[in-house]
Ligand binder design. Structure first.
Ligand code: TLP
Length: 350
């Protein structure tokens, strides 16, 4: 494998920028469990302002953000309506059930959007003793498994409106909410306006080494702070992490448009190759879903051919594979990947 590696497995693989490393080195620190870490306090305040919420809380990961986010607004036995492709349902190790006694009710999604009629259809009868209590609806934006689809303001608002009318709260797993805001060209604050709680990840397209933010109203965040402590997420000099987060909010959001343009360019190029199909119009952010015509392109050979050329991609599943761009993938890298893909498919020789 060549020295230089282009890693398209996820945007979680990004390592911190020089500015982040400097900020981490110089960060003013204190004990965050006492509420005395100035860098954490600043990041939480900046995040709350950005999202248009009263307060925010720094957590270790997106999974912890979603877990604490749910724990702080449910009781054991409650039901939470989620998209059937959502990260909460598929990829959080059953934490809602194991640690919160929460029952998840999966409903269909179309490019990340939940049909409000499906929320209505999933609601339980609060007077019926046999039923669990419907408590919360979770939306994901961008929708990872749905190819990084950016769910529109309208689609977010209509679900929130139904949920609130029926007495449920709304949580947004906004691991990549800034990608959505940039792609849709709307203020992030507007996109999450209908949500009672929202998480976003610092450690994906924003490039931080770790961390996620949960935001909501002040009482809710106070409650979440308690749950964070309970699951072991009360940190001490967490300003080390927060310092990178501050840089991310200041420097790393607008540039995500480059990642989206690179994903589009990569998708267009790969889609021209025999045996590979991508719905190029569906590439709205930094995630690409590539489909194999297995008669013409062997997924395993393709993956190992790319690897020999210094390109890491995710494992194919069900005839498809995810590719993700981020700030450590340049336009030149995309062109290199396209050449390498031709070689890996045996179309040209290296
Ligand atoms: N997603 C990871 C994998 O777990 C699939 C990735 O590489 O995309 N919500 C969404 C929508 C996510 O995509 C992820 C991570 C999380 C939550 C969890 O974040 P972390 O990994 O920080 O716990």
């Amino acid at each position: 494998m060549p020295d230089r590696v282009i890693d398209l497995r996820s945007d979680t693989v990004t390592t911190p920028t020089d500015a982040m490393r400097r900020a981490m080195y110089e960060a003013e620190l204190g004990d965050d469990v006492y509420g005395e870490d100035p860098s954490v306090n600043r990041l939480e305040q900046m995040s709350a302002e950005r999202l248009g919420k009263e307060a925010a809380l720094l957590l270790l990961s997106g999974t912890m953000g979603n877990l604490v986010g749910m724990l702080a607004q449910t009781r054991p036995g409650d039901e939470v309506i989620v998209g059937q492709h959502s990260h909460i349902f598929l990829n959080e190790a059953g934490g809602a059930a194991a640690l919160g006694g929460i029952q998840l009710y999966p409903v269909p999604t179309t490019r990340g959007a939940i049909d409000p009629a499906d929320v209505e259809g999933a609601l339980r009868d609060p007077k019926n003793l046999h039923h669990p209590r419907s408590r919360l609806v979770c939306l994901e934006n961008t929708a990872n498994r749905d190819g990084g689809a950016a769910v529109s303001v309208g689609a977010m608002d209509t679900v929130a409106e139904v949920a609130h009318r029926r007495g449920l709260r709304v949580h947004i797993d906004g691991a990549r909410i800034f990608n959505a805001a940039v792609a849709l060209d709307v203020p992030v604050e507007r996109l999450v306006q209908g949500a009672d709680s929202v998480t976003f990840c610092l450690s994906k397209g924003l490039g931080c080494p770790m961390g996620s933010i949960l935001a909501g109203d002040a009482d809710y965040i106070q409650e979440a702070r308690r749950w964070r402590k309970m699951v072991g997420g009360g940190l001490r000099q967490a300003g080390i992490i927060a310092a990178a987060g501050i840089v991310a909010l200041e420097q790393m959001i607008d540039r995500m448009a480059e990642d989206h343009a690179n994903a589009k360019r990569l998708a267009e190029g790969l889609n021209r190759l025999p045996g590979l199909t991508i719905d190029v119009d569906a590439v709205e952010t930094n995630i690409i879903m590539l489909h194999f015509d297995e008669q013409r392109a062997d997924p395993k050979a393709f993956v190992s051919g790319l690897r020999e050329r210094g390109i890491k991609v995710g494992s194919p599943y069900g005839g498809r594979m995810r590719l993700v761009t981020h700030y450590q993938v340049s336009r030149e890298d995309v062109d290199y990947v396209l050449k390498a893909a031709e070689q890996a498919l045996g179309l040209v020789h290296a």
